[in-house]
Design a protein around this ligand. Sequence first.
Ligand code: NAD
Length: 308
Amino acid sequence: MDRLKDRVVVITGAGRGIGASCAKSMAAEGAAVVVNDLGGSVDGEGSDTTPADEVVAEIRAAGGTAVANHDDVSDFDASEQIIRTALNEYGRLDCLVNVAGILRDRMVFNMTEAEWDAVIAVHLKGTFNTTKFASIYWRTERQGDYRLINFTSVSGLSGAPGQPNYAAAKLGIVGFTYSCANALGRYGVTSNAISPGAGTRMGGTIPADRRRALGTDPNRSDDEMSPNNVAPPVVYLCSKDSGWLNGQVIGASGYQVSLFNQPEPIRTLQGKEPWGVDDMWTHMEKQFKSAVEHTTIYTSRAREEQGN
Ligand SMILES: NC(=O)c1ccc[n+]([C@@H]2O[C@H](COP(=O)([O-])OP(=O)(O)OC[C@H]3O[C@@H](n4cnc5c(N)ncnc54)[C@H](O)[C@@H]3O)[C@@H](O)[C@H]2O)c1
């Protein structure tokens, strides 16, 4: 019950879904939690203080410690207030968990500039915004055992065809996480990403055939797909005990918790002089084709299964 005792956590997008589950689990383990949520619709329209306030009320009713914040993570100045809420209320910040997210799905050829910008603003810029202000504090304090946890998605890791904005933002978050892992370690900060799967209002928008193409059983029960099942690895990552884990992507979906590999060359053509165009015709297909056929990226075969 006390695995996060004396830890102060900021969780964005914690009024609903996975963020709310993480907030409640962390509070149950003794953390003081800033529950941030703008409270808009799944496509990012509007705002409502109720979701964050209800999660805070639930945590307090269970004997935990929490305070609400209703700022928009895509707003640079407002993001400073999210971090300041932790410092003003609890005097410190140990963990930042960037969960907030929206969807505006469209095939790339139909996508509007506004749909692209809105999704990039909440996911990619929003993750930068809060991290920037948290990292200023961590770099000044240097007390160690700080944790940055960002949320990515199989959509980015596998290239969901109808989510070019979301996929780009979510894989951008992985690059951002790797950068922070390399940059902030010296200040006692670990940086990792979670790739979740859960039956939330957002998770419910993924069609069954796409889930099948991604290798997950679309018929998993509501119990298995509860967002509560994403919380345990996130709670572990927030603890002081996870200091050995840095720069990694952890999958958390249903009853599965996974460690992803990191992109690295799997075949290399090493020349002794510049390669010519004719050489590419000879060697690219010969050396790379058999390797590509075994990659797990969203292949043409998977697309065929989806009927596109
Ligand atoms: N559910 C899944 O299967 C799944 C899969 C892959 C990735 N994810 C990621 O996990 C995270 C949580 O998703 P979820 O399924 O719980 O979604 P959700 O819609 O249930 O919750 C997201 C929360 O973020 C809040 N939010 C949105 N924009 C915000 C903003 N600008 N500022 C502050 N709060 C904002 C919303 O109000 C909402 O409460 C997201 O980053 C999502 O991309 C979810």
